[in-house]
Design a binder for this molecule. Sequence first.
Ligand code: SF4
Length: 110
Amino acid sequence: MTRNTRRNAAAGADDVLTTHGVTVAFAHPTPWEPAQEWACAGADPELFFPTDAATLAAAVAVCEPCPLKQACLELAVARAESGVWGGSLLQDGQVLAAVPVRGRPRRTAA
Ligand code: SF4
């Protein structure tokens, strides 16, 4: 659902209320004007679901100057979100150090 809400955010103004930024503001009122202050407002939603280290770094760089960074991360953890929120990569609300490697797990010696 989170991935879809980010996609919807790019679709039109009627969907803006379902974006992560508005969710943050809704749950954590701030004095900031969303359209001006959310650094991710105009970013490609796919950027926040990185599949490699370079994309993760690009998403984290978008969040870096955001005044909502701390609140965004805390609320995303509370909602058990996945993706990049508040400059951190989450999976089901857990902070990950790196993008998980996909594929079959390595065979380990018995
Ligand atoms: S911290 Fe990042 S994901 Fe959260 S509102 Fe700011 S730019 Fe968007």
